[in-house]
Write a protein that binds this ligand. Structure first.
Ligand SMILES: NC(=O)c1ccc[n+]([C@@H]2O[C@H](COP(=O)([O-])OP(=O)(O)OC[C@H]3O[C@@H](n4cnc5c(N)ncnc54)[C@H](O)[C@@H]3O)[C@@H](O)[C@H]2O)c1
Ligand SMILES: [Zn+2]
Length: 353
């Protein structure tokens, strides 16, 4: 089994192994005193894996209950958060019991927040089932639901007690969702290069456990350096400033991963055109995106994207941070004005969709 230790304000392990769903009970039993577990999942994942997880928990002596919300980003809202918390009460969950998040990022974010708030915090075990949630959302302690006026606006930093990545669950993940997750994987490869880059150039499906492990290690390093997102962690926003603008301009019709891939390629081409990185570097990033069926540009015009990026929550008083690419494995944070973003948008276009 692959294990990545996270030493944040609390210490916990990320376990990566095929078939791990069947041992979630054993791992949870070692971490929590209570013997009640509330599994929170969505309407796609619960029918596939809910019973297996509950059975493993029961084998380890847990009394289980399962709370299911409709699949999709719209479900990540305060109403479902409160329903989940009410269900915790109905299930008799006490402070020594556990919330188990079983699903993609929507579930790991919402169940994480539910665990953080219920009785001021119970143990949360994250069982991410999408590639994106394995490599990104379940590690690092950011939990949230969306408000009608903004995504992820209502949340908390709350580290889980453990994260269990059963990569065999990826076999049922829709192909487009797999590609979405791959956009974040490519982001880590651009940030750090090295092993991950060569793993991606192999037959990625065959080395997916190693890929997940490597991504978790990279995310771990950024999270441990800056748990509360005040500096280092902003590197993880590579491709996201433009990506968020693409998501917002498309009214969230373009998926996050696709938007981030296009955003990363726009920044890479702009960096190449400004002489900050080489043409080859920008081409390699485009090639990786194409390899995983991700877009390398957007049809939305630059003015629309610029307007959308002005309302990005990361903008602080006319200043923004953009992650720039000098080379693969050599990125830097550029604190700049929104005018510079206009330049990136004008110099970075032209990739074929
Ligand atoms: N907390 C963080 O640090 C962080 C980081 C990145 C993203 N996020 C959040 O994560 C969310 C996106 O995550 P996501 O892409 O996993 O979305 P998601 O949870 O909506 O999952 C995508 C789709 O795949 C389905 N699915 C998941 N696993 C499956 C499986 N094994 N088999 C079949 N279907 C499966 C889901 O039901 C859903 O329909 C967003 O809400 C985003 O804000 C959080
Ligand atoms: Zn992202």
């Amino acid at each position: 089994m692959r294990i990545v230790e996270i030493n944040a304000s609390t210490n916990y392990n990320v376990y990566i192994q095929q078939g791990l769903l069947d041992s979630c009970g054993d791992i949870t039993a070692k971490l929590v005193k209570g013997r009640k577990a509330l599994v929170i999942s969505d309407s796609n994942v619960a029918p596939l894996y809910g019973e297996r997880v509950c059975e493993s928990l029961r084998r380890s002596g847990f009394e289980t209950s399962l709370f299911v919300i409709p699949a999709g980003e719209e479900s990540k809202n305060p109403e479902n958060l409160i329903k989940a918390a009410d269900f915790c009460i109905d299930s008799g969950l006490t402070r020594s019991d556990a919330v188990i998040a079983l699903g993609g990022g929507v579930i790991t974010d919402m169940a994480g927040l539910c665990g953080a708030l219920y009785q001021r915090g119970v143990a949360v075990v994250q069982i991410p089932t999408s590639l994106l949630s394995m490599v990104d959302s379940s590690v690092g302690g950011k939990t949230a639901v969306n408000l009608s006026k903004g995504k992820n606006m209502f949340g908390a930093f709350y580290q889980p007690s453990a994260v269990l990545c059963d990569t065999s669950a990826l076999s049922t993940l829709p192909k487009a969702e797999y590609s979405n997750g791959m956009a974040e994987v490519i982001k880590y490869a651009v940030l750090r290069s090295g092993k991950l880059l060569s793993l991606l150039q192999d037959d990625a499906d065959k080395v997916i456990d190693e890929i997940v492990e490597e991504c978790v290690r990279i995310k771990r390093d950024y999270v441990c350096a800056d748990e509360f997102d005040r500096g280092e962690r902003q590197f993880l926003n590579l491709g996201h400033t433009v990506g968020h603008a693409i998501e917002r301009s498309s009214n969230f019709g373009i998926a996050h991963g696709s938007a981030v891939a296009a955003g990363m390629c726009i920044v890479a081409r702009a960096c190449a055109n400004m002489g900050i990185c080489s043409e080859d570097t920008a081409k390699l990033i485009e090639k990786l995106c194409v390899q995983f069926e991700l877009p390398i540009d957007s049809e939305i015009d630059s003015e629309t994207l610029f307007d959308a990026s002005l309302s990005d929550k990361k903008r602080e008083g006319g200043e923004i941070s953009v992650v720039m690419i000098r080379d693969i494995g050599e990125c830097y944070l550029h604190r700049t004005t929104t005018d510079f973003l206009r330049e990136i948008l004008s110099k970075g276009r032209g990739g074929k969709v």
